[in-house]
Design a protein around this ligand. Structure first.
Ligand SMILES: [Zn+2]
Length: 112
């Protein structure tokens, strides 16, 4: 069997966690539009696993681009509505989950 081993047998725990979580995330993404319920199921597994392994999911999903309440993968214009608000010097982005209507705000300006 042509099984490739990268870097020998000493694969770090974190690397394994990352690979597994990334794999789950890829599945969730691929089902996000076609079968949202399956996609949510995989996101929930990923979320639980990430918590259990104490692994920051930001490393996998780049941003927290899924709903922490209903686990819907956020696709702009399809599953999430993104609004930008500007007040004075603060810029804010508001994500509204179109499935459970949960809102998440992100501040994009840094305070000094
Ligand atoms: Zn939601």
């Amino acid at each position: 069997m042509p099984l490739k081993k990268k870097g020998g047998n000493h694969q770090r725990k974190e690397e394994i966690a990352h690979n597994r979580l990334e794999y789950l995330w890829q599945i969730s993404l691929s089902y996000a539009t076609t079968m949202p319920s399956i996609s949510r199921f995989y996101v929930s597994i990923m979320w639980e696993m990430g918590k259990r392994l104490n692994y920051r999911l930001d490393n996998v999903t780049v941003k927290s681009c899924f709903c922490k309440k209903c686990y819907t993968v956020w696709i702009p214009g399809k599953t999430v509505q993104i609004r930008q608000t500007k007040n004075s010097k603060r810029k804010r982005v508001i994500y509204t989950c179109l499935y459970c209507k949960r809102q998440k705000r992100y501040g994009t300006a840094h305070r000094r």
